[in-house]
Design a protein around this ligand. Structure first.
Ligand SMILES: Cc1ncc(COP(=O)(O)OP(=O)(O)O)c(N)n1
Ligand SMILES: Cc1ncsc1CCOP(=O)(O)O
Ligand SMILES: [Mg+2]
Length: 479
């Protein structure tokens, strides 16, 4: 069974629904990312419990999410729920297993180490551990056991531990870092109208942690591998691109010579194509480079600088997008909109951030659908789109816009990670994230000096970047 089902359980409580329908609350929570629903009904008879259970089961079945019944094994049996959650004073798990069979999920509450010791041989699938923090949702809850209690328990069992009691988006990460595999939540999800958003906020913490685990060690791995990254890039920022490629641990190779193109591509691990200072030669080289890159199966990151600004540029970008399979495309919103032939609506300077984000999301999703290529849209906030995920990164500083080439350098970073063997998506996240962090840190150190120093500081910070700095500074969420 997939352990992820124990990540995020909504435990229901009709008393705090405040007029919301239970069915809608359950559906919204699933849409927000709940991986399990526990139907908890305290003051109703078995028949009513069964009635409600059947309705909720239709919803959980629709989304293929397990439904567990609190306390009542009979109800679970009657509605063919996926399992039960039992407390220490509820039916003995051995008997529940006999009744429900091997295929149902049985969870057991643990509030103290003594309870664990007493029940560790029971045939259960997970433990509900808590209350971890004080809670107002269970009047007869035991004394909170805190993170220490959770940590202690996690050393004693391999079974999933689902923490419960007073859990919010502020304390979820520390739960996961102290032995919790998942959380079970009532009030923080059902507290207001925004059940979907409340669940999503919790879900984001799991996604972020998962991503962080994937990212850890990747910069060091790149430095170990030191891949060769061929650039066909612009004349303005070529030197900075070479320096950040070196700084992050790859080897840059810049060439404009058609004669050596094939030989270079054969020995390169990834290619960076940036049409910033396009001219006649670049037009023919870019297409040849792309086709040859595809032929030799080398990942290519494409920076469509100024796409749409002139007719010639638009034609070149169109030709490239039609004929070449890129691993990653990185550009600003206007460039990506031009690729999709979207009208560039001018929205006024302070167009609400929210509507700008809506537009970015629409453009990004459409781009991915059309080209099936990882896309990075950079701007005040940066967005990375893949098939299933959209990541928003909020690092960087506005002064980076006053240093030419931060976008081009981001392309080089993405290319470096592609060449280091990372996935297209992770390369996008790492490249964009590292540039944002370097910009932020560089700004701090150059704020009394100016943008010339900022440029140098960005390269410095990239050359000193490591997984620890990255993980400590990245401001990332999945949306
Ligand atoms: C996941 C999870 N953990 C613990 C509990 C508490 O169960 P219990 O001790 O039986 O208390 P009641 O919920 O029945 O009041 C739980 N429900 N879910
Ligand atoms: C059912 C239960 N068991 C231990 S604490 C608790 C209540 C959890 O509710 P909340 O998430 O609102 O603290
Ligand atoms: Mg119980």
């Amino acid at each position: 069974m997939n352990k992820k089902i124990y990540n995020l359980c909504l435990v229901t409580d009709r008393d705090i629904l405040n007029g919301k329908s239970l069915e809608k609350a359950v559906e919204d929570s699933i849409l927000g990312g709940a991986t399990m629903i526990q139907l908890r009904e305290k003051n109703i008879c078995e028949n009513e419990f069964i009635e409600i259970g059947k309705k909720i089961k239709k919803i959980t079945d629709k989304y293929n999410i397990p439904l567990l019944i609190n306390d009542k094994v009979n109800v679970a049996l009657e509605i063919d729920a996926n399992g039960v959650h039992l407390g220490q004073d509820d039916m003995n798990p051995v008997k529940a297993r006999e009744i429900l069979g091997e295929n149902k999920i049985i969870g057991l509450s643990i509030s103290t180490l003594e309870e664990f010791k007493k029940s560790k041989e029971y045939p259960v699938d997970y433990y509900g551990v808590g209350p971890i923090y004080p809670t107002t949702s269970k009047s007869d809850a035991q004394k909170p056991m805190g993170l220490e209690g959770l940590k202690e328990l996690s050393k004693l069992t391999d079974k999933p531990l689902m923490a419960i009691g007073g859990i919010t988006e502020e304390n979820t990460l520390e739960i996961l870092e102290n032995g919790g595999d998942g959380i079970a939540v009532i009030s923080n999800i059902l507290k207001d109208e925004n059940v979907k958003r409340n669940t999503k906020k919790l879900k984001t913490i799991f996604e972020k942690k998962e991503l962080m685990e994937k990212v850890a060690g990747k910069i060091e791995k790149l430095r170990d591998r030191n891949p060769l990254i061929y650039h066909l890039t612009n004349m303005v920022t070529i030197n900075d691109c070479a320096n950040v490629t070196l700084g992050i641990g790859a080897s840059p190779l810049m060439s404009f010579s058609e004669e050596e193109l094939e030989d270079i591509i054969k020995i390169s691990e990834a290619l960076v194509l940036n049409i910033g200072t396009m001219d006649k030669e670049m037009v023919s080289m870019a297409v040849k480079m792309g086709k040859m890159g595809n032929k030799y199966k080398k990942p290519i990151v494409f920076d469509p600088v100024g796409a749409g600004a002139t007719k010639a540029r638009k034609e070149l970008v169109e030709k490239l997008m039609e004929n070449i399979k890129f691993s990653v495309v990185k550009g600003n919103l206007a460039e990506i909109k031009s690729i999709l032939n979207f009208e560039s609506e001018s929205k006024g300077v302070d167009s609400l951030d929210f509507s700008l984000e809506d537009e970015i999301l629409k453009v990004g999703k459409e781009f991915y659908e059309k080209y099936n290529t990882v896309l990075c849209i950079t701007g005040k906030n940066d967005y990375i789109f893949s098939k299933e995920n959209i990541i928003k990164i909020q690092n960087g500083h506005e002064n980076m816009g006053k240093v030419t080439g931060t976008g081009c350098m981001t392309g080089s970073l993405i290319g470096s990670f592609l060449g280091g063997g990372e996935t297209d998506f992770l390369s996008g996240i790492l490249g964009v994230g590292i540039m944002g962090i370097a910009g932020e840190m560089g700004q701090e150190e150059s704020k009394y000096l100016g943008t010339g120093t900022l440029r140098v500081k960005i390269i410095d910070k990239i050359s000193k970047m490591n997984s620890k700095i990255f993980l400590e500074n990245i401001k990332l969420e999945s949306i």
